[in-house]
Ligand binder design. Structure first.
Ligand code: ISE
Length: 347
């Protein structure tokens, strides 16, 4: 069986996923694409290049008989409306992160999915499919180094455009860690605090405070410091160091050569997310395709999307209040449905 995919949103990540699905994922093809009216010419060109149908309206694409499953790669605010429409149309849906910025919208998605009776939603938290994070998780789960105590993390992008503003550092960027770190540790966050350093990079713009520091605490008392620096200039630099009682576990940037010359030893740093996480995205999409064929969606769920959004909402509130804000999750409405034990992340 080949899954016929309708993809909404042909911006940066949409294009990268189209290329991935057409060339590297077995059992899936993009048959329909859609984007905003102002991008009609570009979207039609993409449709023509891959032999897909152009849709002017995302809701019509979702309803089309040609489309078996939906991929949502629009801007963040449009995610929940299309996810809900896909559930209504009884179609599996892969929604890029965040599933919704507002936790109330995440609850609407969970309610619709549970009412429908089977899991249909996978959220694009690709780090759960990254070999580096997987290996760090396996070491942690082995308990060979004792309990995790502290995490030092960085999420650095070389640069961002002028449409990227201060809240996006939390809602669009740190949301990755808001999902990945609880998944890594097997426990949820209980509080968040954001500090905006007085000293900013000269490479930022007027709507963006850059860098930002985020401090998080988990249920058992593990402390996390996370630097979000999205105009760092030197590359896409993702780090995660887990300090345990008798050892430190670190993520490495995947690179396959180094250059030693003229008293220098240099190792490349990834250029951007599509390059740093290429293996993770490929594995994520193959796994999603296989689960759609089996009619059994797995992977990061709507519950995971909700938990991450509650954490980003608390962090955003902290930026306003200057205080440490609690991260209060509702009890998981259906732990069995979402594969959750005691509110833990499901993946
Ligand atoms: C982007 O949307 C991503 O998902 C990237 O992984 C992240 O590093 C970047 O900051 C976001 O804007």
């Amino acid at each position: 069986m080949v899954v016929n995919i309708g993809l909404i949103g042909v911006g940066a990540i949409g294009k990268v996923h189209i290329e991935r699905i057409q060339n590297r994922i077995s059992g899936a093809q993009v048959v329909a694409v859609c984007d905003l009216p102002k991008k009609e010419a570009e979207t039609k060109k993409i449709a023509k290049a891959i032999g897909a149908e152009y849709f002017a309206d995302g809701f019509e694409l979702i309803k089309s008989d040609k489309v078996d499953a939906v991929v949502i790669t629009t801007n963040d605010p449009a995610h929940p409306q299309y996810t809900l429409a896909a559930i209504e149309a009884d179609k599996h849906v892969f929604c890029e992160k965040p599933m919704a910025v507002d936790p109330a919208d995440c609850i609407k998605v969970m309610d619709a999915e549970m009412k429908h009776g089977k899991r249909l939603v996978q959220v694009g938290f690709m780090r759960a499919f990254d070999r580096g994070y997987d290996e760090v998780k396996a070491e942690l789960d082995s308990h060979k180094y004792g309990e995790p105590l502290l995490l030092h993390c960085t999420h650095r992008n070389p640069s961002v455009g002028t449409e990227y503003d201060t809240p996006m550092a939390v809602e669009n960027t740190a949301v990755h860690e808001m999902f990945t770190l609880p998944w890594l540790l097997g426990e949820n966050f209980i509080s968040a605090k954001v500090t905006l350093p007085r000293k900013q990079t000269r490479n930022t713009h007027s709507n963006l405070h850059d860098p930002q520091m985020i401090y998080l605490e988990t249920e058992s008392g593990v402390l996390v410091d996370l630097e979000v620096f999205v105009n760092c200039q030197w590359g896409y630099d993702i780090n995660c160091k887990v300090v345990c009682e008798t050892g430190e576990l670190s993520l490495l940037d995947p690179h396959y050569h180094e250059v030693k010359t003229a008293n220098k030893d240099s190792v490349p740093i990834s250029e951007d997310w599509s390059d740093r996480f290429v293996q993770a995205y490929d594995t994520e999409f193959q796994s999603w395709t296989n689960s759609v064929i089996a009619d059994k969606t797995s992977g990061p769920s709507a519950w995971d999307g909700y938990c991450a959004s509650v954490s980003t909402a608390a962090a955003s509130k902290s930026r306003e209040t200057g205080k440490t804000e609690p991260i209060n999750l509702i009890d998981c409405p259906n732990p069995e449905f979402y594969g959750v034990s005691k509110n833990k992340e499901s993946v």
